[in-house]
Design a binder for this molecule. Structure first.
Ligand SMILES: Nc1nc2c(c(=O)[nH]1)N[C@H]1C(S)=C(S)[C@@H](COP(=O)(O)OP(=O)(O)OC[C@H]3O[C@@H](n4cnc5c(=O)[nH]c(N)nc54)[C@H](O)[C@@H]3O)O[C@H]1N2
Ligand SMILES: Nc1nc2c(c(=O)[nH]1)N[C@H]1C(S)=C(S)[C@@H](COP(=O)(O)OP(=O)(O)OC[C@H]3O[C@@H](n4cnc5c(=O)[nH]c(N)nc54)[C@H](O)[C@@H]3O)O[C@H]1N2
Ligand SMILES: [Mo]
Length: 704
């Protein structure tokens, strides 16, 4: 940060001699977000109708007083369960983030929360069922050790993952690693790194992976010793794959019909994967965000096991991808929600059951609007009256936005802590201004716990009257009669985090350096111990082995959660009769110039790439759609109008909208902002996956 008179003038990126952590586009343009003229700078109270966007300035005292009195009223009248708290991904630091307000509400007697991670719940479910853990990944510096990397629905050049994933892919490619990408879109990652692009229809990946399994079994290419020693249930799976169970062999020809990929392509890929040891199948999260997302993840993990690519350098367990995870920091916590009598949802077997039985105070993240509209009469555990949102933009980011508008209007009271007037913030009764990462101290760990830490030094004073969520909650606590919210201040909590870490010795040195890199003697590989000595180090599954067949899943007796991975035809998938009306499959991917809805209003980033719906010329031409034309994208849930990008970089029959564009309905209720969730279904997979890549739409040229 180049600062003059307390103002950031310019942002440069890391230029250390050591390995550099180069800032992404969003980091480099943060100045334009921080000083944006639309920043919320003082507390606001609604004056018009909800959603109309009319507010008046009030003092912090008035704002906190109003919130406290409503929280107390709702608690006394309806009980704590009626307070619905949504905290999400805005801010992932050790201290500043969604835990601050959650901690306060827990100390106030508890609240309802969401379950089901939007990112990766299907993969979490599958990883727990198969390996009994989420720590299944290798550090990225292991990628160059692979002979073959399959990027399956993975676009790290744009979604970054950890800072140097692209560098590692480049190193692998230079070293001669073959890279194949399986994705409905030709992404920047594919264009840059892959030798081959295999376009596939969304929601059909499980069939593809099962057909590859068929080829490997049929050709006797599997690692029999590995299967015998480390896994259970291969025979049961083989019976399904070869068709002994249901009379339908899952051949590449079978998959060709479903996936839109020539049978020979799967045959080749399967042979290559089985023989190119070590090979890394990276099962990205996008394909998991589909109707039966957990089946895709299970099928990928089993394939990794069949080829013995687990626990070795250059391999990959195709699981959740957390690496080096055991040394996470522990500092500030939300504490226990007193209403959560069954314990947290996400614990071992209990978590596995999350897909069918969530605890009394959790609503799946895809069902929140339905729950708020129907409450007990719809079979939900409570009637919801007060919505408290921090670090999130649920109206924009959770499915079925139009239903969300209805639901949020029905609430008795809505509080939002925000930096900007987001879609959700517009519906607040009290809106509190929050500062940004540049205006406070915090510690961040990279995604999926790669081996480094970043100290986020405060560089400028808070804009206007904005505060951290932690400050707000600390100040709100006495109004609620909570006198034990926190005995530490910001610095105290951050020191405590560092003390809890096995990696960092000296807090002050870390703060001064701004980063701490853990020097590992060699790339970290998950399950090395289990593979070296399985008797001493069993897998943390019930059988102690990799579970190709899972008793835990069998016990659920749900045909939609089979004990071995299976392809199940999805609603709104490629064979749904609804295709008559809505013939195109919609995927909603993450965009390089935003983090979800964040950064949408940054001018530099807007110049980078216009927001547009991707459509193949095969689908565009008969509709008379040309590059840049405004198009209407619609289904039974809503209508979006945005420009078209006509490109062969997307498979025919599929359109893509980048998630996160700002919901901006016109007077007819048509969204002119390009918000993907106007179109997505508010359902989840049986295992709990967010299914934002499974919906059908129609597209027409918008008549102007
Ligand atoms: N720039 C940027 N980076 C981000 C984020 C962001 O918003 N912007 N968000 C962060 C967060 S919170 C998350 S959870 C991650 C998400 O990271 P990912 O889940 O990896 O990101 P996506 O873009 O949703 O999906 C990855 C790829 O999967 C493909 N895909 C979608 N559906 C299917 C399918 O059915 N089959 C196959 N084979 N491929 C499919 C997409 O075309 C895309 O190229 O990204 C993180 N990184
Ligand atoms: N259709 C579709 N929908 C998706 C996805 C998809 O792939 N397709 N991806 C899903 C995924 S993986 C995720 S993780 C979710 C993300 O869902 P959200 O977390 O709801 O999305 P964001 O847009 O990141 O919203 C975070 C908000 O927090 C605010 N914020 C930032 N810092 C702070 C802070 O310190 N305090 C407070 N109070 N607020 C702050 C930002 O201004 C922003 O408005 O979206 C999901 N939605
Ligand atoms: Mo996410």
């Amino acid at each position: 940060m180049h600062i003059r008179d307390g103002v950031i003038e310019r942002i440069e990126t890391d230029a250390d001699d050591e390995e550099q952590f180069r800032a992404c586009l969003r980091g480099r343009s943060y100045r334009q977000r921080l000083y944006h003229r639309d920043r919320l700078i003082y507390p606001l109270r609604r004056t018009g109708e909800r959603g109309e966007g009319k507010f008046e300035r009030i003092s912090w005292d008035e704002a906190l007083g109003a919130i406290a009195s409503e929280l107390k009223r709702v608690k006394e009248t309806y009980g704590n369960q009626s307070i619905f708290y949504i905290g999400y991904s805005g801010g992932h630091g050790q201290l500043h983030g969604m835990r601050a307000a959650y901690r306060l509400l827990n100390k106030f007697g508890g609240c309802t929360k969401t379950w089901g991670g939007a990112s990766h719940e299907g993969g979490i479910f599958a990883s727990m069922a198969t390996y009994g853990t989420l720590s299944t990944g290798n550090t990225r510096d292991d990628l160059p050790n692979s002979k073959l990397i399959i990027m399956w629905g993975w676009n790290p050049a744009e979604t970054i993952w950890d800072t140097n994933t692209s560098l590692r892919l480049a190193e692998a490619k230079e070293k001669g690693t073959r890279i194949v990408s399986v994705d409905p879109r030709l992404t920047s990652s594919t264009a840059t790194f892959a030798h081959k692009w295999i376009p596939i229809k969304p929601c059909t990946d499980t069939a593809a992976l099962i057909a590859m399994t068929y080829v490997i079994i049929d050709g006797g290419l599997y690692d029999e010793k590995f299967l015998d020693r480390y896994t259970v249930g291969f025979d049961r799976y083989r019976a399904y794959v070869m068709g002994e169970e249901d009379g339908l062999p899952k051949t590449p020809r079978w998959a060709e019909e479903i996936c839109g990929v020539p049978a020979g392509t799967f045959e080749q890929l399967a042979r290559d994967y089985a023989t190119a040891k070590p090979a890394a199948l990276i099962a990205g999260w996008g394909p998991g965000r589909t109707a039966y997302g957990e089946q895709y993840h299970r099928a990928a993990m089993v394939l990794a096991a069949m080829t013995g690519n687990i626990g070795i350098h250059g391999g990959n367990a195709a699981g959740f991808e957390r690496s080096y995870g055991s040394r996470n920091m522990h500092g500030f916590s939300a504490g226990k929600n007193p209403l959560e009598v069954d314990g947290p949802v996400r614990k071992d077997a209990l978590m596995l059951r999350g897909g069918t039985t969530s605890t009394a105070v959790r609503v799946h993240v895809s069902r929140i609007w339905d729950a708020m509209l129907k409450g007990r009469s719809g079979g939900y555990p409570a009637d919801y009256k007060l919505l408290y949102v921090t670090n999130a933009n649920p109206l924009n980011q959770f499915p079925h936005t139009n239903k969300g508008v209805e639901a949020i209007r029905k609430m008795e009271f809505v509080v939002v802590h925000e930096q900007f007037m987001t879609a959700t913030a517009r519906y607040a009764d009290i809106l509190l201004p929050v500062n940004t990462i540049m205006e406070r101290n915090d510690i961040a760990q990279p995604w999926l716990s790669a081996p480094y830490y970043i100290y986020l030094n405060k560089v400028v004073e808070s804009v206007g009257e904005s505060k951290t969520d932690f400050q707000i909650s600390s100040e709100l606590a006495p109004h609620l009669g909570v006198d034990d919210y926190s005995d530490l201040d910001e610095e105290g909590w951050l020191r405590k985090s560092v003390e809890s870490s096995e990696d960092i010795e000296d807090y002050d040195e870390f703060k001064k350096a701004g980063k701490h890199v853990v020097k590992l003697p060699e790339p970290y590989v998950s399950f090395e111990a289990q593979i070296e000595d399985p008797e001493k180090n069993p897998f943390s599954t019930p059988s102690g082995k990799i579970e190709i067949y899972s008793e835990l899943l069998a016990d659920m007796e749900n045909p939609l959660i089979p004990p071995v991975p299976k392809y199940i035809e999805p609603e709104e998938g490629p064979d749904d009769p609804l295709r008559g009306e809505f013939p195109l499959q919609l995927i909603t991917t993450h965009f390089r110039r935003r983090v979800h809805s964040v950064f949408e209003n940054v001018p530099w980033l807007a110049e980078l790439e216009p927001d547009a719906m991707w459509i193949n010329p095969v689908d565009a031409e008969p509709r008379g759609i040309k590059e840049g034309d405004p198009v209407k994208i619609f289904n039974q849930r809503g209508t979006v109008v945005m420009p078209a990008r006509v490109t062969e970089r997307i498979i025919p029959g599929v359109v893509n909208i980048h998630e996160g564009a700002w919901f901006s309905p016109d007077s007819e209720g048509v969204d002119r902002g390009g918000c993907a969730n106007v179109l997505t279904a508010d359902k989840h997979s049986p295992g709990g996956a967010f299914i934002s890549n499974t919906s059908l739409v129609q597209v027409e040229k918008e008549e102007t």
